[in-house]
Design a protein around this ligand. Structure first.
Ligand code: FPP
Length: 255
């Protein structure tokens, strides 16, 4: 099996016009993997085939994020609103998830990836829950890329959950009202101890956040593209990172 890692500091890409500065790689990239359904429709295929093709894009992007030494990659795989989809599409997505974890586990582990999840996975089929928990347990001591799979995840749900957990801790005396500040609220999110996303990528032409990482995206850079997720490849990731590296991030200050 091939290890993903390299040591050069500047990465030339397939596109001759761009090279990526390996000293300024976003620490946390989050992706809304959109456009699977439309990709399939364009080809007169069932939507589930679009999702299946999307898994290939996941493989490539995870691998490239490891090569580039991105520390966190969060993939929006199933939202709290996606339960409104037809049953057979939901089942197909859950099967793909279980299959992905089963098939990819060895390679991800070998390449030092920590498999993690955010969202309320208790509503997922038992097999998916088992695979997720086992994959996490078996990779949690790795030190490379953390792959966050957002499953039954919603930003508003996450914030409401944080309120409830905080309320419980105030009631039990673990914290007091005076302890509440932004840093502390972040620690009640699924992403506690992780940096906020530097870069949020949404392919497929839509330009909205769709309830993704609402608390965490305060100063994220957004990158949109018309490419549909199943066609997303490392050259698109490179372009997104290149554009990110050419933005002026001021965080509200003056330079
Ligand atoms: C959005 O496209 C995509 C999803 C809701 C699911 C994404 C899931 C995968 C790519 C595969 C399964 C996950 C893992 C982690 C193996 P859409 O269906 O809304 O596309 P559309 O807007 O064109 O209809």
């Amino acid at each position: 099996m091939l290890k993903f890692f390299r040591t050069d500091r500047k990465k030339e890409t397939e596109n001759k016009d761009i090279s990526i500065d390996l000293n300024n790689i976003p620490r946390h990239i989050a992706i809304i993997m959109d456009g699977n359904g439309r990709w399939a429709k364009e080809r007169n295929l069932p939507r589930a085939i679009g999702h299946k093709a999307g898994v290939e894009a996941i493989r490539e992007v995870v691998k490239e994020c490891s090569v580039l030494k991105v520390k966190y990659l969060t993939l929006y795989a199933f939202s709290t609103e996606n339960w409104k989809r037809p049953k057979d599409e939901i089942n197909a997505l859950m099967s793909l998830l279980a299959e992905y974890l089963k098939k990819e586990f060895k390679e991800l582990d070998y390449n030092n990836v920590i498999i993690n999840y955010i969202g309320d996975i208790s509503k997922l089929p038992d097999l998916c829950q088992r695979e997720l928990i086992e994959s996490h347990e078996n990779t949690k001591n790795n030190t490379g890329l953390t792959l966050n799979l957002a499953l039954n995840y919603g930003g508003r749900y996450e914030i409401a959950r944080a309120f409830k957990l905080m309320y419980e801790d105030i009631k039990s005396g673990k914290i007091s009202e005076d302890d509440i500040n932004e840093h502390m609220i972040s620690n009640y999110m699924y992403t506690r101890n992780m940096p906020d996303p530097d870069l949020i990528i949404r392919p497929s032409g839509e330009q909205r956040l769709s309830n993704f990482l609402l608390w965490q995206c305060a100063y994220s850079e957004f990158w949109y593209s018309n490419i549909k997720w199943p066609d997303f490849r490392k050259e698109h990731l490179h372009r997104a990172i290149f554009d990110y590296q050419n933005r002026d991030r001021r965080f509200g200050a003056v330079k």
